[in-house]
Design a protein around this ligand. Structure first.
Ligand code: ADP
Ligand code: ZN
Ligand code: ZN
Length: 812
């Protein structure tokens, strides 16, 4: 007898595995998808381990095999366990990340007649309706009944009928959502000459369409699809069917692959001759790849730190070529927003027909086909966003994560709340792959690891093609307090106003940047720029309308809104929060002659895609582009000579200890947009805090000085990377109950901590979440800070209503 430990696709399975016995004659492997009995249902499961002995006394048998070939390779099985343990996520949620798209199927409830249906005499109308439908159709989906009769009525009628033994309930899996795509092809079953004679006969019988189709097919030298034939001859399916029934032609379904990359117009690009800095970075990576291949060393994680335009992508491409030479393959992750046709083309033209693309905008069918082809080893490189890290790429030798500091690599909205960078490093450990993390503004935690020697630091300090004189654009920081003193209350400082007007008049382009999340309300003194912060947490206090108070979103400290500024005693305390829409309006009357274009998530949610807006701007159909952080990413716009940051303070004032880092990253990226062409360029940053280290460092393009300051603060305030965080959020429709639930949890955690003697674990909060109310539910937050909050929490059953985010990228 053999046994299998199975992860079962059921919400109640949580982090558990279940033991099943393997019936004789059934061949089962680790990673295989199986049907297993679970309660009174049969569910999907993935075999994670085989054993000789069961871990429980009574076991049920595996009901069958879904697919003979294992879906998860051994490294992915191990990764599944790590994901579930580290992020405290249900096991099957982790498994699901690695399954073929569309594989997961839900259970559907059906109502049908019992084998020996009894006589009935029923007066209730809903019951009679249900019964008649079921008797007529054999079986009916419960959902359909609910739609027809109303949910409550239908459920009541069904349970009454079940009670009387007149119908039974059973469960089936929902329909398969994706299947391989097939295309119908037509071909002659007779010789072309015979077909022409037959066509002539058909013409005499006035069967014009049939004759035309037959003649068309007789002319073709290769297979033609039915769609093509139909369009050429202009006929419908009955015409083809008549010819089929006469035995003259055959219709055949052939499988085709849906291909997301069109290689039309893509030509092979040769590797560039590397600059000295690129060469030295490349050599380090190359030698690590070689040593790993020879089994002489374990793989390394590299941090490739290089300003925008320093040629990081070229290094990735050549490193990938190197790993392919060694008989292995790669995965390259880019942020979703950077997954533009230009990026894909750059990879596709270096490795023609060897690049797979995976991202959420592909149709399920395209994702399904790409997944199957990747698993079959058809591609050298998989390029994609966050979830592409789970692609079934065989012989993995290299993982590249471009813009590794991007927050979109963290899955925030559902479990497992994983970070693709951490997953990549774990996966590399399990598969023996080398990792390259690339960024112009590395995550402070990543840089810390590089400094400590956990990762190897490679630097590309300069742009490959510096525009004349200045390698990076000049940055000017404008103090908005001076503007106020001079009586200027508009969103534009005098410098920005003049520079914008001049650029537009010279036929150049301007980007105006405003972080939209700044719509969150905070309070600032317009005289001295002072922002009220929590004395304990250092994060800015947030104004709550309903309570007319300032609240710390981390520890729940609260205070009334002060009448005068605590620093300079001025009365000019203002609620701030400007959005891109207001900026657009104001730009409209400040620059009436300029053509404006807005780019933020409000616009792209609607009719226009990123591509449309971008190409409109690229082709100079607008002079000024107004946008949120979207405008900061990966754009190469030679006509842009001026970038204006309308307010650097919006992101600086977010109640999160990472606000400084976030601001530095954004400003650096935005600044990198100017002066990409031969016209050169400048950047103007407007702020009330010109002395802030994040702004100062961004203005000087000085990552090192930013890092030194930031890491000192992190150490001082015991924040990551010196500790790790877990953010627990409780949601409830009632605010008071929500708060009480959160406080109860805090007491429980403190008890656990003290009874187990866990040192170094601090509990912060509970406090209302930054978005205190979402979709009708109130949210309270509890933050755990310590050496290993995840290991601590793993021992504690987390009640319903809580979500746990391990290593959160944001506390908002
Ligand atoms: P990054 O990824 O760091 O932003 P890229 O790899 O996109 O930088 O390089 C910026 C520009 O410089 C691109 O147009 C690229 O084709 C070009 N480039 C990169 N490396 C070289 C090189 N060694 N020689 C010439 N041009 C290069
Ligand atoms: Zn003040
Ligand atoms: Zn606080």
């Amino acid at each position: 007898m053999r046994y299998a430990e199975v992860s079962v696709n059921s919400p109640i399975a949580q982090r558990r595995r279940f033991t099943y016995s393997i019936p004789p004659g059934l061949s089962i492997d680790v990673g295989q998808a199986v049907w297993v009995p679970f309660g009174n249902k049969v569910l999907q499961g993935i075999v994670l381990e085989l054993s000789r002995y069961p871990s429980v006394e009574e076991t049920r048998e595996i009901a069958g095999v879904i697919e003979p070939r294992p879906l998860l390779p051994p490294a992915h099985v191990l990764l599944t366990h790590w994901l579930s343990e580290h992020y405290l996520s249900p096991l099957f949620d982790a498994v699901a990340l690695m399954l073929p798209p569309g594989f997961e199927r839900k259970i559907v409830t059906f109502i049908s007649s019992p084998p020996t249906p009894g006589e009935y005499d029923i007066s209730s109308l809903p019951q009679r309706q249900v019964l008649e439908l079921v008797r007529r159709r054999g079986k009916v989906g419960l959902r359909e009944l609910e739609r027809a009769l109303g949910t409550r009525q239908a459920r009541l009628a069904v349970s009454q009928l079940i009670g009387q033994g007149l119908v039974v309930r059973n469960y089936e899996l929902e329909r398969v959502r994706v299947k391989p795509k097939t295309v119908a092809y037509l071909h002659l079953k007779v010789k072309a000459s015979e077909a022409r004679q037959e066509a002539a006969r058909l013409l005499q019988k006035r069967a014009f369409k049939q004759a035309a189709l037959l003649n068309f097919l007789a002319q073709q030298s290769k297979l033609v699809s039915w769609v093509e034939a139909r369009q050429s001859v202009n006929c419908d399916k009955t015409v083809a069917n008549s010819l089929v029934s006469k035995g003259l032609v055959e219709l055949q379904q052939l499988e085709v692959k849906r291909e997301p990359i069109s290689y039309q117009g893509i030509t092979l690009s040769e590797p560039l001759t590397l600059t000295d800095a690129q060469k030295s970075a490349f050599r380090s990576i190359q030698s690590s790849l070689l040593q790993v291949a020879k089994g002489q060393a374990s793989p390394t994680t590299f941090l490739l730190h290089g300003v925008t335009g320093s040629g990081k992508t070229e290094v990735y491409l050549q490193a990938l070529a190197e790993v392919i030479k060694l008989g292995k393959r790669g995965i390259a992750l880019v942020p979703e927003i950077a997954l533009t046709p230009q990026t894909i083309e750059r990879f596709a033209s270096r490795f023609p027909h060897k690049v797979a693309v995976l991202h959420s905008k592909l149709s399920l069918g395209e994702q399904f086909d790409e997944w199957q082809r990747i698993r079959n080893g058809e591609f050298d490189v998989v390029i994609g966003s966050r979830s592409a890290i789970f692609a079934p790429q065989p012989d993995l030798g290299l993982i590249v994560i471009d813009e590794e500091h991007e927050w979109t690599y963290k899955q925030n909205d559902k479990s497992p709340r994983y970070h693709a960078r951490d997953v990549a490093i774990k996966l590399a450990e399990l598969t023996g792959a080398v990792v390259i993390l690339g960024s112009a503004t590395p995550d402070v935690e990543t840089f810390y690891h590089a400094q400590r020697g956990d990762y190897r630091l490679l630097q590309l300090p300069e742009r490959v093609t510096p525009s004349e004189g200045s390698p990076l654009p000049q940055v000017k920081v404008v103090d908005l307090r001076d503007e106020l003193k001079a009586g200027n209350r508009s969103l534009f400082s005098r410098s920005l106003l003049q520079a914008t007007a001049k650029a537009v008049a010279s036929g150049e382009q301007v980007i105006l940047f405003l972080n939209r999340r700044g719509a969150a309300t905070f309070i600032q003194c317009r005289n001295c720029g002072f922002v009220l912060r929590c004395k304990r947490c250092e994060v800015p206090l947030t104004y709550h309308f309903d309570e007319d108070a300032l609240i710390c979103h981390q520890c729940n400290y609260r205070m009334p809104v002060p009448q005068i500024c605590p620093r300079c005693s001025s009365r000019r305390i203002k609620f701030l929060g400007v959005g891109t829409q207001r900026l657009e309006r104001e730009a409209g009357y400040t620059f009436p002659q300029a053509r404006l274009l807005r780019w933020d998530s409000d616009v792209t949610r609607g009719r226009y895609s990123h591509q449309e807006i971008l190409s409109k701007f690229r082709t100079h159909q607008a002079d000024i582009l107004i946008g949120t952080q979207m405008v900061a990413k990966g754009l190469d716009l030679p006509l842009v000579t001026l970038v204006g940051v309308v307010s650097a303070d919006t992101s600086l004032s977010l109640p999160d200890f990472r606000a400084g880092e976030r601001t530095f990253q954004l400003l650096s990226q935005v600044a990198g947009r100017a002066g990409r062409g031969t016209l050169g360029g400048q950047v103007i940053i407007q702020t009330y805090s010109p002395e802030h280290y994040a702004i100062q460092a961004a203005a000087k393009h000085d990552y090192a000085s930013f890092y030194d300051q930031e890491i000192a603060y992190r150490r001082q305030l015991h924040n990551p990377p010196f500790t790790r965080l877990a953010c627990l959020t409780y949601s409830h429709t009632n605010d008071a109950l929500c708060q009480r639930g959160a406080e109860r949890m805090k007491r429980l955690l403190i008890e656990e901590r003290d009874s187990k003697g866990v040192a170094d674990l601090t509990l912060i909060g509970p406090a209302p979440a930054f978005i205190h109310r979402r979709r009708g539910r109130f949210r309270w937050q509890l933050i755990l800070r310590g050496a290993e909050p995840s290991a601590f929490l793993a021992q504690i059953p987390i009640p319903q209503g809580w979500t746990v985010d391990i290593d959160p990228v944001s506390l908002l």
